[in-house]
Ligand binder design. Structure first.
Ligand code: FER
Length: 246
């Protein structure tokens, strides 16, 4: 199925709880930078939620997966707009009793930024290995291990076989994660591996302490996408959701 953010077509997957349900909560799930909705760790979280009676809406953001847009032109502002379009869609679904928001890495950062914007309806927030380092790195002049002058942002960032327009950096420099954290008073679960090779685990420890009501689950000895212990991630997510629902 597709969700439209004005003329941008976003590819999305709506999955209902196992065994069906007339009315149920729904969790929006967002992938990370260069990611997509059918990655193993995204499907793992989706299936875990469907198992315990929660519908999921996995949405592919601008320039990612089968959605419109070029990767090189994506920015966090476009992703924020895309996520809000997903909220508009969810608000039209009569079967939805409560809305949760979950994202991995850049999608985890996005979930943290959008939660305060939609705080009247986001009942639970679940950032997975959130890439809090992106705004920090954009301001400090280092993203993806590539150094640049943050006061004279380059036209593009190039690595491997990919390029990212400089506007990604210009936008990321403006993102205020602390303000987003302060603006969301609902319950939060952060899950992060302590040996994440891409996004610093310590940023999640700091964020968890700053949130009004946050639990941090540390996955020991795993990588950014939980290739060793995805089962521990899905168990933590399920346990949190079951406990919150009572
Ligand atoms: C970076 C570190 C992490 C970065 C992006 C990420 C663009 C995102 C990772 C992900 O979403 O998986 O320096 O720069």
């Amino acid at each position: 199925m597709y969700i439209y953010d004005d003329k941008t077509r976003l590819n999305a997957f709506l999955d209902m709880p196992k065994g069906g349900a007339e009315k149920c909560p729904l969790c929006i799930i967002i992938h990370g930078f260069t990611g997509y909705a059918t990655e193993t760790h995204i499907i793992g979280v989706q299936e875990a939620m469907n198992e315990i009676g929660i519908a999921t809406l996995r949405v592919e953001m601008y320039g990612h997966g089968e959605s419109d847009g070029e990767f090189r032109n994506h920015t966090l502002h476009k992703w924020i707009s895309n996520a809000m379009a997903a909220f508009d869609y969810v608000k039209t679904l009569d079967f939805v009793t409560e809305v949760y928001l979950c994202g991995h890495s850049q999608g985890g950062l996005l979930s943290m930024l959008v939660a305060p914007m939609e705080k009247d309806i986001v009942k639970l927030l679940i950032p997975l290995s959130p890439a809090i380092c992106i705004p920090k790195g954009a301001r400090a002049g280092n993203l993806l291990g590539i150094p640049f002058d943050p006061d004279h942002v380059p036209d593009e960032l190039a690595w491997d076989d990919r390029t990212l327009d400089g506007k990604y950096i210009r936008v990321a420099q403006t993102i205020d994660t602390d303000r987003a954290i302060a603006g969301y008073k609902g319950k939060v679960l952060i899950v992060h591996a302590d040996t994440d090779e891409v996004v610093p685990y310590e940023d999640s420890v700091d964020a968890a302490a700053k949130y009004a009501d946050c639990e941090l689950v540390t996955i020991k000895g795993d990588d950014h996408c939980y290739n060793s212990h995805l089962d521990q991630v899905t168990a933590a997510v399920k346990e949190f959701l079951i406990r919150q629902r009572g």
